[in-house]
Design a protein. Structure first.
Lengths: 267, 261, 291
């Protein structure tokens, strides 16, 4: 499945990443000298309150920052080799975004989107139909042939999110960056998408960086957790330790707020 | 006791038009009967597309139902006099899901919160200012922030501003349309506490629209489950909330685990 | 393959920029102030009577008496240019006032009420928009007769559909916004809703559209006057001046160049201001610097 010159990468390392916004001359640090390692086969959750810099870490590592935001330092290494962001995107790292509706081009069908991803992955157009059908079936879009001809406005948020995951599969990238993948979906759809993601990671041995603020999602999915506060990682531990033995105050606050939702409940 | 707000046989369908042909109308709500008693807290639970928001728009008189009626203290909304309509607006207020979209970006916070006061009360502008300051501090925002624009505040602060606006006329019923679930987890906790405190202080009734059963358990006494525009279940909420309808079970099963397994 | 930094280009918005980047805006503002004061104070500024014919002084170059020279009837060019500002600016301002008076009620009604009224009004607008504005204006002048007032009416009628459509789209867009629903929950009636929540957005859009159109309308007025359909010959107006100077294009090119430059600078200034206003009035562009 892999088309890159590196055969099966084992680790993706973000090293010394800084991201800052420049507003009217002065800089505001959003991410400060952050380093983390993502291994294939694991789901690393990046959690924190809103504004802690989780999404900016994700965007910064891929070189897709919004206007007015720059990343003065930092590099990404895959199996110890420096790679430019352009070489990562769509080849080694695929993305699943929060708002699927705005992530699709409204005047192109799902099949067009899938083909575009396959071109980036340098797959031949001949196998397009079969490969896309397979990927759509894998993410639970049972009526794959119909879905291929649909436009974004004809689909629900949950379906679009499935297609986005199918596109991640099609890219053949060994790493997925998922930025709040289920925040805009209702709980039932969320549960299904989470099942799908965890199945995928297990089956294909992918490495997933999961950005979220929902500790329920973390509890369901993550193997390891990195907690962010004010642009820095303040605690990094296996998921069980984060919930049962949180050390940093930021982690404790998150876990406490989360558990409060379950007060008096038999969950 | 007369219910504060009640729906009788409430049905809503939207006509869809395209250039060449007309589609059959799509029914989004069918035959809803619902009473909201003074002081109670009711949850309307359902997944997206179940008709929750449509139901609320009918209950608040923002859209005309296709059939059936909504009654405010026993009087049909369509037959309210001008004065009664004002009374209805004062008594029933709402907080929207997307706080950023629910405030006019061109208006300052003070003006946003004073909007219901301007339209629905006879307070002088001095009295309005004082009331705004009082409301802001009651939702935990510095009254000096009244002179800020929405663009200068965070999402969580804006949601508090929206709550302050909804509380301005001392409503007897506050409708919260997914007003908590999209905030980040720390803010969720803060807003939940805030609503708890407000209810204890004022005894107002609350309608909570959500897809998240955890919030129902925390905040509500009664839950109504909607599916495809129909009411499929109505149950009291207690510690061991067990929904019986298929839809209710599905929503309950979708609740994520509190801790990793 | 190795890339030391992951950077994206720094983009900045116009009004935060350096003095250098603001230069066009400053120049545009200067031009507008000069034009406005020329129009308002023409009788005091102009060195001579713009219509004073002095055949002895015809087609003179610049001199102490006539700074920019004289035309084929010996009239002072500078004075004619200054009085011409009155005509150009005045007619454009009237045009825009007329357009807004038609477009805001029509577009507002179409967006607010919708349904058949909307369909009908918008098809009418679409129909009118299919003609180039000049052609439509010429047709209307044919029907109404020549003269400055008719030219203004013709320009207003040929332009209002663009404005009406814009008003309608703003109204339609805002109508479904949560804050408009919230205002209704707060008890705002239709009139209050329109004044408090719709009009400011409409006004912002109109100001931008109008300022981008000012230059274009000036050209219309001058163009139609050039063709002899608008302002009558003895009156000082840039288009008329260019028209009058045609016969002397080789002997006295300045006669054409000077009013031409006036047109060019005012059109450019209007467009630059329009752009700047658009950036300024967009509420999404203003975070964290209010007074």
């Amino acid at each position: 499945m892999l088309t890159s010159d590196i055969s099966t990468p084992r680790t993706l390392e973000i090293r010394g990443l800084s991201v800052c916004a420049t507003r009217r001359g002065h800089h505001i640090d959003l991410v400060r000298n952050l380093s983390l390692t993502l291994n294939t086969g694991e789901i690393l959750a990046l959690v924190g309150a809103s504004g802690s810099g989780k999404s900016m870490t994700c965007a910064g590592a891929q070189g897709v920052l919004p206007p007015g935001v720059i990343s003065p330092h930092g590099h990404v290494l895959v199996d110890g080799v420096h790679l430019a962001p352009r070489a990562l995107r769509g080849r080694l790292v695929s993305t699943v975004l929060q708002n699927p509706r705005s992530a699709f081009n409204p005047v192109r069908t799902m099949f067009d989107h899938a083909c575009e991803v396959r071109r980036v992955a340098a797959a031949s157009p001949a196998g397009d139909k079969t490969a896309v059908r397979e990927a759509f079936l894998e993410v639970g879009l049972e009526d794959a042939d119909t879905v291929m001809d649909l436009y974004p406005f004809e689909m629900s948020g949950g379906m679009l999110q499935r297609v986005m995951i199918a596109l991640a599969i099609l890219s053949g990238a060994p790493f997925i960056f998922a930025d709040e993948p289920t925040t805009d979906l209702d709980l039932i759809v969320q549960a299904r998408i989470l099942d799908l993601l965890s199945g995928l990671v297990a089956r294909r041995g992918l490495g997933m960086l999961l950005v979220t603020h929902d500790m329920g999602v973390v509890a369901r999915l993550a193997t390891r957790v990195a907690v962010m506060e004010a642009g820095q990682i303040v605690e990094e531990a296996p998921v069980a330790d984060i919930f049962h033995a949180p050390r940093h105050p930021a982690t404790r606050a998150l876990v406490a707020a989360h558990l409060k939702l379950y007060e008096g409940a038999i969950a | 006791m007369t219910p504060l707000l009640s729906a009788r046989g409430l049905t809503k369908s939207y006509r869809r038009q395209s250039l060449l042909r007309s589609h059959p109308p799509r029914q989004v709500l069918s035959e809803i009967n619902l009473d909201i008693e003074p002081g109670e807290s009711l949850a309307i639970l359902g997944r997206s597309g179940s008709g929750k928001s449509t139901l609320i728009r009918q209950l608040l008189g923002l859209e005309k139902p296709s059939a059936g009626s909504v009654h405010f203290e026993g009087r049909d909304l369509r037959q309210l006099s001008q004065a009664e309509r004002k009374e209805f607006r004062r008594a029933v207020q709402m907080v929207f899901q997307d706080s950023i979209g629910a405030v006019n970006p061109r208006h300052k916070v003070g003006r946003i919160i004073a909007e219901p006061l301007r339209h629905l009360t006879s307070l002088t502008s001095e009295q309005q200012k004082a009331r705004v300051a009082e409301l802001l501090s009651s939702v935990g925002i510095d009254p000096a922030d009244a002179s800020k624009f929405p663009g200068q505040m965070s999402g969580g602060q804006l949601q508090r501003v929206c709550i302050a606006r909804a509380l301005a006329t001392d409503p007897r019923l506050l409708v919260l349309d997914e007003a908590v679930s999209n905030l980040d987890i720390l803010l969720q906790g803060e807003i939940i506490d805030l609503i708890h405190t407000l209810r204890q202080k004022t005894g107002m009734a609350v309608i909570f629209i959500t897809h998240d059963l955890r919030l129902v358990r925390l905040l509500c006494e009664r839950v109504v489950v909607l599916k495809a525009g129909q009411m499929v279940e109505m149950s009291p909420v207690d510690d061991r909330l067990d929904l019986t309808s298929q839809e209710g079970r599905a929503l309950q099963d979708a609740v994520l685990p509190a801790t990793p397994r | 393959m190795t890339d030391k930094t992951l950077s994206s280009p720094i983009r900045d918005h116009g009004h935060h920029g350096s003095t250098w980047r603001r230069l066009p805006l400053v120049l545009a503002l200067t031009v507008v102030v000069v034009l406005l004061s020329a129009a308002l104070f023409a009788p005091w500024i102009a060195p001579q009577d713009p219509n004073l014919v002095s055949l002895a002084d015809r087609l003179k170059g610049p001199s102490a008496a006539h700074w920019l020279g004289t035309d084929h009837l010996g009239r002072d060019i500078l004075s004619r240019l200054i009085y011409g500002t009155r005509m150009s600016l005045g007619s454009v301002i009237l045009c825009i006032a007329l357009i807004l008076a038609i477009a805001i009620p029509l577009g507002g009604a179409a967006g607010f009420i919708g349904g058949r009224l909307d369909q009908g009004l918008m098809r009418l607008c679409d129909g009118m928009m299919t003609f180039p504005t000049v052609v439509l204006a010429l047709f209307l002048i044919g029907a109404l007769g020549t003269g400055l007032v008719n030219v203004i009416i013709a320009i207003a009628i040929s332009h209002f559909p663009f404005y009406a459509r814009m008003v309608r789209s703003v109204v339609m867009n805002l109508r479904s916004k949560d804050y408009v629903l919230a205002a209704r929950v707060c008890g705002a009636g239709r009139t209050r809703l329109f004044i408090d929540h719709f009009l400011p957005s409409i006004a912002a859009q109109m100001v931008v559209l109008a300022s981008l159109d000012v230059g274009h309308m000036m050209l219309h007025v001058s163009g139609l006057s050039f063709l002899g359909l608008g302002v009558e010959t003895p009156t000082a107006e840039w288009g008329v001046m260019i028209s009058d100077a045609r016969q002397f294009v080789f002997s006295q090119p300045m006669l054409i160049v000077l009013p031409g430059l006036c047109l060019l600078f005012s059109v450019m200034a209007a467009n630059i201001l329009g752009d700047a206003l658009r950036d300024r009035l967009d509420p999404n562009n203003q975070t964290g610097h209010h007074h």
